[in-house]
Ligand binder design. Sequence first.
Ligand SMILES: *Cc1c(COP(=O)(O)O)cnc(C)c1O
Length: 439
Amino acid sequence: MNDGHLLTGQFQTLFFYLSLMSNIIPKKTWNFDLDTADTELPDRSAFFFPSTNGQPKIYLCGHSLGLQPRKASIYLNEVVDQWKNLAVDGHFAGESPWINYLEELHQQMAGLVNAEKDEVVIMNSLTVNIHLLLSGFYKPNGKRCKILLDFPAFPSDIYAIRSHLEVRGFSEEDMLFWEPNADTGFFENEDLEHLLLKYQDEIDLIFISGVHYLNGQYLDIESIAKLSRKFSITLGLDLAHAVGNVELFLHDWEIDFACWCTYKYLNGGPGSLGAVFIHDKHHDHHQHFLGWWGNSIDNRFEMKPDFTPSIGASSWQLSNPPVISLPPLRAALDIFSVYGMSKIRAKSKLISSFLYQELLSIKESYFTLITPEDVDRRGAMICLRFAQDGRAAFQYLSDHRVVVDYRQPDTIRVAANPLYNNFEDVYRFVKVLEEALHQ
Ligand SMILES: *Cc1c(COP(=O)(O)O)cnc(C)c1O
């Protein structure tokens, strides 16, 4: 989307608000100019929507599980048929020989996070990858043994970190937490800097989210990376809520390592494979757990005991890839490759700002928005913290075909995914939410 289009989009948004205010759009002939005007992004018919009694649901839960791309089952059938008809020869023959299947996805995934191709590998699942990465990048030395996390970190990340602390003879006490600022309610880099100053001789590793899973804040990763370099502390990122949601420049920002899952904003399907980024400055830094698939391609099939790591992140692979779980991810990444993150993010900013403003317009103080309003400090997801009755509101939404999610003890998370949600979805969601609050 060039600037011209963006501007047009903004004027349309303005027109949209004006027309809503003056009620000139009759509800029956609902026609959102904004939704039809944006021809640069895929038509939402590239995805399947869940429905109940033949009525499609309003799906605003792509931050938890993305929708199924229509091409997923076509690609999946290709692999299944290839297995049926070619069996072991499917590795080298057929429509998409399995031997190269993953390689092509690596290219697309690297493009999505602005990494070099060698810096990215798709493998395992997110928590398993956190363990592998910690095994290589957490290198406690004397009193320099602490790991700094954002608070609250996702439980699985905490468990993984706790395991590595305990295995090396440390304890939970050696986790340091960067908490949201008492005044702003958000993660502020100056607080991080204070922590780093205070504990610089004790912190070995910073491991934090890109976009926080519970308040939706998009952390200022580029500046955090600069800070980590200033203090010579390794920086690892959990990008589960960031990849496919915001633009990332992992190579240029000099992030040491990162990992993410592919079933949220990336739409790779339930439990689809995770991915890992290792900056090329660490390519001589090999993990402690070896597997035959991390052996260089020249040696991999020699069946000899010696191990020559393949170049880059792929040396961290252990096993041959589960090809049968890759086709949905391929279908999803195809869509990202065609449009590119900058266009997707531009639309996301428009639609999520509309959502934010609509939520603000609900005057009564049933909930507070705990996600930053500034579009550069958040992605698509907006989080509503309820003083009370959050669960009842969530139940009402579910009963009225609106899919969002609820996080204990009091938070509803909602995300308009620019690939398949439109302004009408947002408008209807807000109407149902208002009904829920007024019942
Ligand atoms: C979704 C998510 C996970 C999930 O981990 P899996 O190993 O894929 O089950 C972990 N951490 C964060 C921050 C997440 O958002």
